[in-house]
Design a protein. Sequence first.
Length: 265
Amino acid sequence: MSQLFTDAIEQQHPVWNPEQARIVSLVPSLTELLIDLGLQHALVGRTGFCIHPADQVAAIPKVGGTKDVNIAKIRALAPTHLFVNIDENTKPVVDELATFVPHVVVTHPLKVNDNPALFRLAGGLFGHSAQAEALCTQFESAQQVLADCAARSRPQRVLYCIWQDPWMTVSAQTYIADMCRQIGWQQVQIADNTQRYPRFEWSSVLCAEMDLILLSSEPYRFTQQHADMLERQTGLPVELVDGEMFSWYGSRSIAGLKYITSFCR
């Protein structure tokens, strides 16, 4: 009996010959992961936001964005597999694509430690388990170095900002917040904790709850000017951070763990 791999919604998928696979990825971090697993030749479609690694994605046809996909274009590509994410892709679109794509692989990593299982799912499906295990080894090594560093660092309360006008942050349930926890940073909770990405307003009460403000490079591209303004306004230290390193799961998480190690103090 062929080995089966289970995705985030408990769907089971059989191992597929990579030479016969035709994969469309609707998630930038998954596109990067599939390429790092050695499956670039099986990728026949990707979103315009799939930009890494640049030299390899350039040859893969674009099929729209993560939410506004071109269904007709995807149909014409005749994919055997579609890689999607619960947070990044809309269910109605995925349901429509599932009417003609035989295998829709659903992902939903919520914690940093979900990455090794994601490597094994994506690699194992196409007989690239050895490549997946190599990534797992790199991930575990980077995580151990960070853990050793974090153990010597002072825990801090942070507010990770992703947008302004309105100001928005992340909840404790997000992947970003879990990445922050890897270094000992505790995300400050906003009163409206029912939202994954709650809005907030600056106040002396809120500022008293934090030690550090983090301004992300995505989805809003904060600049040094924003950082300087907030430091004057709040009297708190502000760091500009690479949003990809904090929010991209998949193989980018390895670089992400190494990146946040640089903030150990």
